[in-house]
Design a protein around this ligand. Structure first.
Ligand code: ATP
Ligand code: MG
Length: 379
């Protein structure tokens, strides 16, 4: 495929889209973004921003006629849009895979068959609540659709509270999941190309705060056998779906060392941001390569890494002072150019590199404390 001046399209204009745009442009592509927000991070860095809804047929027609191929940056894109586009240009990932990732019920069924998941029950009505086995409590009620960063989830201690939580979530279809004892959270990012070629990245170890990813440490501090189990699980999901594109499988390590699956993301993932600075090919370049039909790049890790998310909370008293981060020779800062900093909103991240993962984590933690301190000084 001739990259010079060719167009790629992406649906969604957040930070994942922006990093895709930057990667595509570095390989000589032009990028068209469709996103309803006039000031979206990806829209502002794209060669063309179509500002409209994801089912705007006129805009989708422009995208299909100009772009050789289209991809997505979030799973909320209507599957109908992907199906419509796929009759006019190449679309990765395919609508069927995205539909499964959009629906926690279908996703749990697939992951339960291939990997194993936390004990759970599907809740569609009051009768399902009455049937929930006692051993699922305490648990978490999660909406089947449109949940992210812990939104659409309620922790529930007993059946009475489960009824109240179901009402609070508007009686929409849900999955009620036993709260499992987590030894560690893990994730595997991989890319699979149109001819079935597969490339997996090192397993990430993830720490969440208030349901939002806070830190990813790579490689995860797990045994070789566990890393193989985690990687094999992600590969099994991709192969079973006949998936094309970049995807991530989120996993839980339980107290006994066993590994179960949580959910999949049909796109690059926050826990793969370290690949921008510590892998031969970033997850975003990999997405560009699959979208454009280029060969996959090497996923080899170049340095142990710790990635920390920067949330809007740190902007409470204005833009944080990043002097320490910028002055650190082993640290790279990425900001997404979002105008509004709201609590919990992902504004950027930084990645610390070191000779081993514990040193990278210690460096990341020290810089975090410094950033927090400089914020309170500014207040
Ligand atoms: P994200 O978009 O950040 O992936 P999400 O809203 O899709 O989040 P989940 O990934 O299902 O939600 O859950 C978010 C976090 O909540 C998990 O990473 C984990 O820390 C915790 N969690 C979820 N389910 C369970 C469970 N069954 N037992 C224990 N902890 C859980
Ligand atoms: Mg998750």
């Amino acid at each position: 495929m001739n990259t010079h001046g060719a167009w790629l399209g992406i649906l969604g204009g957040g930070q994942l889209g922006r990093l895709f745009v930057m990667s595509a442009q570095s390989l000589g592509y032009r990028v068209m973004v469709l996103d309803p927000d006039a000031d979206s991070p990806a829209g502002r860095s794209a060669d063309c921003h179509l500002c409209g809804a994801y089912d705007n047929e006129a805009m989708l027609a422009v995208m299909a006629s100009r772009c050789a191929a289209v991809t997505i940056e979030f799973e909320g894109v209507p599957a109908k849009t992907l199906a419509w586009l796929s009759t006019r240009c190449r679309v990765t990932p395919d609508a069927a895979s995205v539909e499964i990732a959009q629906d926690r019920i279908a996703e749990k069924a697939l992951l339960s068959r291939l990997v194993g998941v936390a004990p759970h029950a599907v809740i569609r009505g009051e009768a399902d609540i009455a049937r929930v086995p006692e051993n699922l409590f305490p648990g978490i009620l999660k909406t089947a659709r449109m949940g992210y960063d812990g939104r659409g989830q309620i922790a529930v201690a007993d059946r009475t509270l489960l009824r109240a939580a179901f009402m609070h979530l508007g009686y929409v279809p849900c999955v009620f999941e036993k709260r499992v004892d987590l030894a560690r959270e893990l994730s595997v990012v991989l890319a699979r190309d149109v001819s079935g070629g597969l490339a997996t990245y090192a397993v990430a170890e993830n720490q969440h705060v208030n349901g939002i990813l806070d830190t990813s440490i790579v490689p995860a501090r797990i045994s070789t056998a566990q890393a193989r189990t985690a990687t094999d699980a992600a590969v099994a999901v991709a192969e079973t779906l006949g998936y094309t594109g970049v995807m991530c499988l989120e996993l839980f390590e339980l107290g006994d060392g066993s590994i179960i699956a949580n959910e999949m993301a049909p796109r690059p993932h926050n826990s793969g941001h370290w690949t921008l600075d510590a892998a031969m090919t970033s997850q975003f370049e990999q997405q560009v390569r699959v979208t454009a039909g280029l060969p996959l790049g090497s996923t080899q890790q170049t340095m142990p890494a710790a990635m920390i998310n920067l949330l809007g909370d740190s902007w409470q008293h204005g833009t944080p002072d990043f002097k320490m981060l910028l002055g650190d020779p082993q640290t790279r800062l990425w900001l997404y150019g979002k105008a509004q900093a709201r609590p919990g909103r992902k504004m950027g991240h930084y990645t610390c590199l070191a000779v081993d993962v514990n040193a990278a984590l210690a460096r990341a933690a020290a810089l975090h404390v410094t950033a927090a301190r400089s914020v309170s000084h500014a207040a």
